[in-house]
Design a protein. Structure first.
Length: 31
């Protein structure tokens, strides 16, 4: 598992396992 936080964009990136991206979702306010 890999977790990164990007201060410039206030974004948290969580990678559960290495591999191709299948789906992404916005989890912000109003999403």
């Amino acid at each position: 598992m890999k977790v990164e936080y990007f201060v410039e964009t206030d974004t948290l990136y969580i990678e559960f396992r290495a591999g191709d991206v299948v789906e992404t979702r916005d989890l912000g306010v109003g999403a």
